[in-house]
Design a protein around this ligand. Sequence first.
Ligand code: AMP
Ligand code: MG
Length: 394
Amino acid sequence: MISVTEATRIIQQVSAPHAITLVPLAEAVNRVLAEAVLADRDLPPFNRVAMDGIAIRSASFGTYKSYQVEGIQPAGAVAKVLLDESHCLEVMTGAVLPEGTDAVVRYEDIEIKDGVATIQLQAVTAGMNVHHQGSDARQDDVLLTEGQHISPAEVALLASVGKAEVKVYGFPRTAIISSGDELVDIDAAPQAHQIRRSNAYALQAAMREMGWQASAFHLNDTREEVLHELQLLMQDYDVLILSGGVSKGKFDFIPDALTELGVTKLFHQVSQRPGKPFWFGTVENKVVFALPGNPVSTFLCFYRYIKPWMQHSMGVKSAEQTAILTSSTEFKPPLTYFLQVHAEHENGKLIATPIPGGGSGDFANLKAVNGFLELPADRSAFQAGEVFPFIPFR
Ligand code: AMP
Ligand code: MG
């Protein structure tokens, strides 16, 4: 049995199999850029009028205070030329600054009467209210680097340089595999001794939130079936996330089957609750997470290990969070305890209130919970006011 820290280290050392895919810009949000993006033009690409008003030649101010309006320069029109420095052109935000002008005076600072604009300022300086060509970026400047997480802000930049399609890291081909003879699908009427399988749905939903698609499969607790099906799945998928069948039960065939199929076990059993029977291994560039089937165990293991692994491998920096325990808690076994909590902000601090449930099988309890507080294995008493790592899931 290894520690949570050691399990984390082993998992993070295994690189996730990736594909690079091209997606339409509209689908690029929350993905990770797999290419550098350069400015195809200066940003802004022309001297942009930044306020509605009039454009003048600033050096003429003083000689003149009132300017005859010579015409209008709307956004989206070719630059006009100011013919006479005692004149002005009305200009709209987003327009090209007319040639022969170098300053914009806002409508708020002028009065227009009978086609003459009178400026009510003491001074007009060159460049006033002008967003200069290339002042944000120059053509061929690197705007975004490979590995950048794409938020709506990056989508704006990508759109501005005409990236209709974007190269992003693709998620690996992933199979979610539930197991157990007691499980029936959610549209079947379970008999008294059966339950509906919920883990596969929870995992698929947790992954979907990250944009990670996975196909779901089910194995019965038969040695031959487990071996045969896993062999087929390992041909088609690069990441296998199993749930159930990894404990010490007579029908828990999964660890042996994986070994028999050539998957190298990197660990089996982590000193934690819930999720102790967690099994992890790799073969070539395929990665297998075999999680214990208790619903809270599967759930916790995904958020504590698998999600950060995928984020890390995609260059997404997920800041580690902490929260303050609100009431003293005891946990005697020498295991890292993932305490179910409801955390909320109070005076700028995240405070976590324990929501005790009925253990790793009680997934109904999760509805009131928004994360887990990670209480270290080498202690058994945890005081109110102490700070611990927090693993949020909503
Ligand atoms: P196992 O890890 O296979 O020993 O399963 C532990 C417990 O989790 C058993 O009570 C199973 O019925 C339950 N369980 C396993 N897989 C699922 C699943 N996909 N959905 C809901 N419960 C499950
Ligand atoms: Mg089982």
